[in-house]
Design a protein around this ligand. Structure first.
Ligand SMILES: Cc1cc2nc3c(=O)[nH]c(=O)nc-3n(C[C@H](O)[C@H](O)[C@H](O)COP(=O)(O)O)c2cc1C
Ligand SMILES: [Mn+2]
Length: 502
């Protein structure tokens, strides 16, 4: 027995996608070297159903790959608002396929204010159906894909999470970061000191010890998403997942140490991170949409045991131009965490959204104009407060640009955001730069000096107009929703098919 449902069981999530027509089983031979990546990239770029590769060249029978596990969907669009576009992401949280970004964000924020529901330990689970330890460990047994021709190696972990725990046992960190195949028993990948895996790794290193570590692939989808969420330090993602789904995650003890992993995961790698050892990793096509053609020295992950379900499915993100999972999952989870810190600080922010199209390089905030008017503050003051609260948070470290717009704009609709930027922001006047503020060094336009110092390139851009600070709007938007009486709008909607439109 194991827990079920799309949020807490990857296999059920996959079955749900297949049943909804949002995944297709590809049974003809596909090469993990470049072909899996090419299909997956084209799926993102055409918003096609997720590809389930069941016949991988050179792989043992039964070993599968799911590409684009949280790609957007074009199918299922019932109306102009793109209903169903977020279906694959919504399924990660057990939400309806036609959920909107706001539905998803409110669900994520609600769970941040609920009591954590820690995992429960079970004695056995599907992830133990196959157990390989010692000399039997061979990562090459899996169809590890070469995702882009410019990549420095084959990537095992593009949609899995690391499990580490602080030496005192009080903080379990689940976090998504990529891992590249190094050899039969090792992986290599980033563990930035500002990210929680880096913090926990540093605690062990200071004690001169190896960091016990595991990586979970084909994890419960809600757990994967939470592991891609910038919750504050010392918050254990496992308890958040319980609160989010309403059920504690079932975990089993690892074979080789006392970390715990989701019992129904597809694949689990167990081992340790060396305190000092590094190896070259990358380059890789990355979340910002570029590949910079350089490898970097990164920590080495030693694998001492591999456990996996029968016919295991390796989920794969082929990063690059949006929308892929760095935008749909990471961007959404950042949006939720950012919105929560801003609201909690009492700022008049209605919604926050990392436009997927902006590749997690900007976050748009919609400002409640009525509340703003009551505050009687000016732009400089609002910007300073937003910057202090947001850039001071773990979520705000990740996103360099913040765009403020009035709440007449639906910030989850990129067309409206572009319109606001074009017609409301005044060059040289409504932009505020924060050159000393720390931020993620991956931002593509940083100078080498800025990237090295981890500061700079951050800005707040305001599309708010002076009268909006007095609680009123400038002019009237000329559109279907605003330029016609409700009765006329309804009449048009009722007659839409009669006019000859589908
Ligand atoms: C598909 C995907 C890939 C990611 N890759 C990385 C990565 O390689 N390195 C990294 O630092 N963060 C990566 N992230 C973002 C982190 O998971 C995210 O910032 C998270 O908050 C980290 O966990 P932490 O806050 O507990 O440190 C990725 C997120 C997703 C969804
Ligand atoms: Mn964390």
């Amino acid at each position: 027995m194991t827990q079920h449902g799309p949020a807490l069981n990857f296999r059920d999530f996959l079955d749900g996608l297949l049943a909804a027509g949002d995944a297709v089983s590809i049974d003809q031979p596909v090469d993990p070297v470049l072909e899996v990546g090419a299909v997956t990239r084209r799926v993102y770029e055409t918003k096609a159903p997720a590809p389930l590769f069941t016949n991988l060249t050179g792989a043992a029978p039964g070993f599968r790959i799911l590409g684009a596990p949280a790609g957007l969907s074009a199918h299922g669009r019932g109306d102009g608002a793109g209903r169903g576009a977020y279906g694959r992401l919504a399924a990660h949280f057990g939400l309806e396929r036609d959920s909107t970004p706001r539905d998803i964000l409110e669900k994520l924020i609600g769970a941040m204010h609920a009591d954590p529901l820690p995992p429960v330990v079970v004695q056995d689970g599907p992830c133990k159906e196959n157990v390989r330890t010692g000399d039997a460990v061979d990562l090459e047994q899996f169809p590890v894909p070469l995702l882009h021709q410019e990549d420095g190696g084959r990537y095992f972990g593009t949609y899995g999470f690391h499990v580490v725990r602080s030496p005192d046992g009080t903080w379990t960190s689940w976090s998504v970061a990529r891992t590249m195949l190094h050899d039969r028993t090792t992986l290599v990948g980033p563990a930035m000191p500002q990210q929680h895996i880096g913090m926990v790794h540093d605690m062990w290193r200071k004690q001169g010890r190896r960091t016990p570590w595991a990586m979970v692939l084909g994890a419960p989808p809600a757990a994967l998403a939470a592991a891609g969420m910038p919750l504050p330090a010392r918050v254990s993602e496992d308890g958040y997942v319980g609160a989010l789904t309403g059920s504690p995650v079932e975990v089993v003890k690892a074979e080789t140490h006392d970390l715990y992993v989701p019992a129904n995961a597809e694949i689990v790698l167990e081992g340790w991170i060396d305190p000092e050892e590094t190896a070259p990793e990358g380059p890789m096509g990355e979340y910002h949409g570029y590949s910079f053609g350089r490898s970097k020295q990164q920590p080495v992950f030693h694998v001492e045991a591999v456990t996996y379900r029968d016919d295991p499915v390796l989920p794969v993100c082929a990063a690059g131009l949006p929308p892929e999972e760095n935008h749909t999952v990471w961007g959404t989870m950042i949006s939720a965490a950012a919105l929560d810190v801003l609201r909690s600080a009492g700022l008049p922010i209605d919604l926050a959204w990392c436009s997927y199209e902006a590749a997690t390089c900007w976050i748009v905030l919609s400002v409640d104009i009525e509340r703003l008017g009551r505050l009687r503050i000016g732009e400089r003051e609002l910007v300073a407060e937003v910057a202090e609260v947001l850039f001071g948070s773990h979520a705000g470290w990740l996103v360099p640009k913040v765009i403020l717009v009035a709440d007449d704009i639906d910030i989850t609709d990129i067309d409206q955001v572009v319109w606001a930027l074009a017609t409301r922001y005044r060059p040289g006047e409504n932009e505020y730069c924060f050159p000393e503020t720390p931020g993620i060094p991956m931002v593509p336009y940083l100078t080498p000096e800025e990237a090295a110092s981890g500061r700079g390139g951050k800005a707040v851009i305001s599309c708010l107009r002076p009268e909006q600070f007095r609680g009123t709007h400038h002019g009237t938007t000329a559109s279907f929703r605003t330029s016609f009486p409700a009765s006329v709008q309804q009449h048009v909607l009722d007659n839409w098919a009669a006019y000859g439109y589908r």
